[in-house]
Design a protein around this ligand. Structure first.
Ligand code: DP6
Length: 344
């Protein structure tokens, strides 16, 4: 039996950049994000009734000397790069030995390009896998499994504005405002659809080892989180914008001062920032954030979204603009995801 799930990527306003425990993939500090509405990743997974059914599927894992043979197809193509992470995630959930899995993933946006594709992919994977294996897993445990696969994925289990806190025993993730409670909009300026040169997991480990700013970045995260949490509680857009931009620029400063430096920005990234600064000078309620990639995400109040979208579309080097509201958490579907957010 197949199980199907869908999840939307999330964009962090207070960033996760650093791991406390690489084995368990525990973040070094908390983070706060918005789950998007119009971008999605659908996951379908099947565990054949017996491992005997696995003979005709992937040999990637057996080539690595591992017991199971899982198969991963991403957007219609066999994907061996992501397979190990998917298999490890399934091992954590189901134990090993286990039946091999056939996994199909479909996204309606470019993957590995700084659009948080791993957040939606692993959130959808754990939800689908739990159902396909007939496990009953509650939301905290789903977030734990998703986060162990990719830190940001834990946040896509939940809707709207989401906070992740790090406890001694693991992570605690919850929605602090539903999309309907504060309907922010996110305008994404795509400046390059290619995959990034350095994966975020690898890059943050390098930052921890080499940036002279890393320690102070981690120590000050709690203060930024508190300011952002208060801003969400008070629906104080200006305060949320100020702390989010500050936190984003601090994270990129840590990246830039790593050895060798990690620079995800391009010329159009800077042009888009300047366009947002210009809109702010006209008192438009908008702020920026940038993740491990060259895309710029402009967060705004609904009344500003048309103007922000128009300004970013007109910005030199911006190839495409996507507008999204805030969306729902990861969930099961009765059928494979249709090719639209509504269908999902
Ligand atoms: C810049 O969640 O992709 O987007 O846990 O190693 O998979 P891994 O990292 P990942 O890192 C996200 C980094 C970020 C900031 C954020 O989403 O908080």
């Amino acid at each position: 039996m197949w199980a199907h799930a869908v999840a939307q990527p999330n964009i962090a306003l207070i960033k996760y950049w650093g791991k406390r425990d690489t084995e368990r993939n525990l973040p070094a500090a908390g983070s706060l994000s918005v789950t998007l509405e119009t971008l999605w990743t659908g996951m379908s997974i099947e565990f054949p009734a017996s491992a005997a059914g696995s003979t005709d599927i992937s040999t990637e894992r057996s080539a690595e000397g591992l017991a199971n043979t899982d198969r991963l197809v991403v957007n219609g193509r066999r994907d061996s790069a992501m397979l190990a992470r998917v298999s490890t995630c399934l091992d954590r959930m189901l134990g090993n030995p286990r039946p091999p899995a056939a996994v199909h993933s479909e996204s309606n946006f470019p993957i590995a390009a700084g659009l948080a594709s791993s957040s939606s992919a692993f959130a959808a994977l754990v939800v689908a896998a739990g159902r396909a294996a007939d496990l009953s897993i509650d939301a905290p445990a789903l977030a734990g499994f998703a986060g162990a696969a990719s830190g940001s994925a834990a946040r896509s289990i939940h809707e709207g504005i989401v906070e992740l806190r790090v406890r001694d025993e693991g992570i605690d993730v919850r929605s602090i405002a539903a999309a309907s409670e504060w309907p922010l909009q996110v305008v994404i300026a795509i400046t390059d659809e290619g995959a990034k040169a350095t994966a975020s997991g690898e890059a943050m480990i390098r930052s921890a080892a080499t940036s002279p700013f890393y320690q102070s970045w981690i120590e000050r995260q709690e203060a930024d989180l508190e300011a952002a949490r208060d801003a969400v509680r008070d629906r104080d857009f200006e305060k949320l914008g100020a702390v989010s931009e500050y936190n984003c620029l601090k994270m990129h400063s840590v990246m830039w001062t790593s050895k060798p430096p990690i620079v995800y920005w391009n010329e159009a990234t800077v042009n888009a920032l300047e366009a947002i600064r210009e809109l702010q000078r006209t008192k438009l309620p908008v702020f920026f954030t940038i993740d491990a990639g060259p895309q710029v995400k402009a967060v705004c109040l609904p009344e500003a979204s048309a103007a922000v979208s128009a300004a970013l579309s007109d910005t030199a080097g911006v190839r495409k603009v996507i507008v999204s509201g805030l969306g729902r958490g990861a969930r099961l579907l009765d059928e494979p995801p249709a090719n639209s957010a509504d269908g999902a």
